[in-house]
Ligand binder design. Structure first.
Ligand code: 13P
Ligand code: SF4
Length: 304
């Protein structure tokens, strides 16, 4: 079926099912065109809570859809491709986290939303790349186990005097950006503003003019007086920005920043999802309730 026909069918089914499509910025361009809301992890969590829809189709990866199902249990949450996962989220398990908690009994666990429901249930509070520093500084405990992203954890540790135990997790997409990439780009584009996601390595972040979540990067391009930018995150953002700001120049920090899991979500998969109500996210109630507490605590301090 041609894209136009698929889009028409998706629009019809959205009305019939009272459904919304929430999409992360890293999905394919054509997927973002059918989305009702496009955002970063934090704004997607908020959109899931505030939506009046009965059905949420999540154009993103598993932990995002699962977070929506945790905080909005009265809604049906669908992930169009069940194996669209996040390798970083799989780098910590509830079992390995319990062992770390035994080793550091005084520490609070701050858990990046890129994690499973079972891991969230074992944690004290969640964070996203947009609020991680605030979350860490807002809690009482002086000692923190920060899971699973070592790069985000290292970035946070520069902005707090708390003792942070880093976890050896990382995002292969952002970790692909090297110091050499930046040295080269800076040489050729000395006036470009370098906007980097905190999942990048510390040696890359030291070149950054601003370290921001994906929404933060998009907003900074809009408000900044600069006309040239080096973008240190998934490359779909570069395509979006080029389309939206044809008068500005954008250079990807690396050509290898491709999240293949986000790209698994296609228009065909969304259509199938709405036609057959697939694939519904189920979280066992005992885990959901505990995981919701950690997400609610985060949302509480990230209201605006
Ligand atoms: P944000 O959406 O918080 O910027 O995080 C990026 C990411 O890697 C999502 O998987
Ligand atoms: Fe996971 Fe990285 Fe893809 Fe985000 S960009 S979903 S952290 S693999």
């Amino acid at each position: 079926m041609e894209n136009e026909l698929i889009i028409e069918e998706i629009k019809k089914l959205k009305v019939e099912r009272n459904a919304v499509i929430l999409s992360h910025f890293y999905t394919r361009g054509e997927v973002q065109e059918v989305a009702d809301f496009i955002g970063d992890s934090l704004s997607l969590c908020k959109a899931a809570v505030s939506s009046k829809a009965d059905v949420i189709v999540f154009a993103g990866v598993h932990f995002m859809a699962e977070s929506a199902a945790i905080i909005s249990p009265q809604k049906t949450v669908l992930l169009p491709v069940p194996d669209a996962g996040c390798p970083m989220a799989d780098m910590v398990t509830a079992e390995s986290l319990r062992a770390a908690k035994e080793k550091h009994p005084e520490a609070a666990v701050v858990c990046y939303v890129n994690s499973s429901a079972a891991v969230k249930a074992e944690s004290d509070i969640c964070c996203t790349s947009a609020n991680a520093i605030n979350v860490v500084n807002s809690i009482e405990e002086r000692e923190i186990i920060f899971i699973p992203d070592k790069n985000l954890g290292a970035f946070v540790s520069l902005h707090t005097d708390k003792k942070i135990h880093l976890w050896p997790g990382f995002c292969h997409v952002h970790d692909n950006i090297s110091e050499e990439n930046l040295e080269e780009l800076k040489k050729f584009h000395p006036d470009a503003e370098f906007l980097a996601h905190p999942e990048c390595r510390p040696e890359v972040l030291k070149f950054a003019d601003r370290v921001l979540s994906t929404s933060g990067i998009v907003n900074e391009v809009e408000s900044s007086g600069s006309t040239e930018f080096i973008i240190g995150t998934e490359r779909e953002i570069v395509r979006n920005l080029k389309r939206k700001y044809p008068g500005k120049k954008f250079y990807p920090a690396s050509e290898k920043t491709f999240c293949y899991n986000m790209k698994k979500i296609t228009l065909e998969a969304i259509l199938n999802s709405l036609q057959n109500m697939e694939y519904e996210i189920h979280v066992p109630e005992n885990i959901r309730v505990k995981a919701k507490r950690t997400l609610d605590r985060m949302l509480e301090i990230s209201r605006s």
